[in-house]
Design a protein around this ligand. Structure first.
Ligand code: ATP
Length: 342
């Protein structure tokens, strides 16, 4: 049943990216100067979850490495590495330059100095979930080092700009911006169809079933591929020759639950407190959320930061907001109400 399980995994970078030619070309052209050993502009890639931001960025950088000998790439998930230290450390670690750095005692400036002294090939740094950095000055650190080209990935441009200081905003505003929207059903169908072709044996899933997955995923390629992977895994374990409609129905629910759990696991300790406040007291407005959150933690973040947490959790379908900006209230997303598999 399963021909190549890798193709169905979440982090797989496909040989062909579907329906994102313009975005691939745009991002490639921004990075083009480094093929001539010249500094490249920073690129900002934005769009909703599952729009292909990470996939397109990794595809473009891998292709660049195929074409040019002297280019390195490194990828940092800034949600997981949300402090300046951890992001800088992660980049240096990828470059093999962390020997004798002590996690507790090495000052930030020393890490930046190390990056500055790095005399290897030009390096493209992908900063994924960059809007989750507690201290976005790391973007500034990298921006000032010409041997690094940066791709900043975020859900919303405003979220990113609202968190950085003026000098960085003006630099980022002049950066190249690659925007991506949710996929249409037809586009998701094509993405799924390619994965099914490479990942599964023939006739394991029908076109009609692929369309139904595309429809249920509502524009999110991560969810669509997750449903396909879950369904194929279950059918394989239960020794079916094909994915049945019943399996598909369960897979949609399971894939949603898995993605939700992964997003919950990604929350930083402070974000988790905010989530729990909404879980216990929702529907609840931002001011009350901030008050209750501040009672729970020793070093509360600002109201503005809490608003950005709420927005992120909304993007990741953990919370939903109702009302206009003045009387907005947050509650947990009711998973049972998500667009069902028909
Ligand atoms: N155009 C595409 N062609 C082929 N596969 C795609 C395409 N877009 C997305 N995918 C696949 O869909 C999944 C989700 O995409 P990706 O992780 O790039 O989304 P994202 O926009 O970065 O989402 P998030 O903000 O949640 O990280 C990945 O497995 C990716 O390989």
């Amino acid at each position: 049943m399963i021909r190549d399980a890798r193709v169905l995994r979440a982090g797989f970078v496909p040989r062909e990216v579907e329906h994102r030619d313009a975005e691939v070309n745009h991002l490639s052209s921004v990075l083009e100067p480094i093929t001539n050993e010249e500094p490249a502009d920073t690129a900002i890639v934005t769009g909703p979850s599952g729009a292909g931001k990470t996939c397109v960025s990794q595809f473009v950088t891998e292709r660049l490495r195929e074409e040019v000998l002297d280019v390195e790439t490194t990828y940092v998930n800034c949600w997981r590495n949300y402090t300046r230290f951890r992001t800088l450390y992660q980049i240096l670690d990828d470059l093999g330059a962390t020997i004798d750095i002590h996690r507790q005692s090495t000052p930030h400036d020393e890490l930046v100095d190390r990056l500055q002294q790095h005399n290897g090939p030009r390096t493209v740094v992908i900063l994924d979930e960059v809007d989750q950095l507690e201290d976005p000055s790391v973007i500034y650190d990298l921006h000032s080092l010409p041997q690094f080209a940066i791709i900043c990935i975020a859900n919303k441009e405003e979220e990113l700009f609202s968190r950085v200081d003026d000098r960085l905003v003006s630099r980022l505003r002049s950066s190249e911006h690659v925007r991506m929207d949710k996929y249409h059903d037809e586009q998701l169908y094509d993405i799924l169809s390619a994965r099914a072709k490479w990942g599964l044996d023939d006739d394991v899933i029908t076109n009609d079933q692929l369309y139904r997955i595309a429809d249920a995923a509502a524009g999110d390629a991560r969810l669509a591929i997750g449903i396909l992977r879950t369904a194929a895994g279950k059918a394989d374990r239960e020794n079916h020759e094909r994915i049945t409609d019943d399996i598909l129905l369960d897979a949609a629910e399971d894939a949603r639950a898995q993605i939700k759990q992964k997003s919950l696991d990604s929350l930083t300790p402070h974000q988790r407190v905010v989530y729990d406040v909404v879980r216990e007291h929702g529907p609840v407005g931002p001011s009350e959320i901030h008050e209750r959150y501040s009672e729970e933690v020793d070093d509360p973040r600002t109201k503005r930061t809490i608003r950005s947490y709420l927005s992120k959790m909304e993007q990741y379908n953990l919370l939903e907001a109702e009302g206009t900006s003045r009387d907005r209230e947050y509650s947990l997303v009711d998973s049972a109400a998500a667009s069902p598999m028909q």
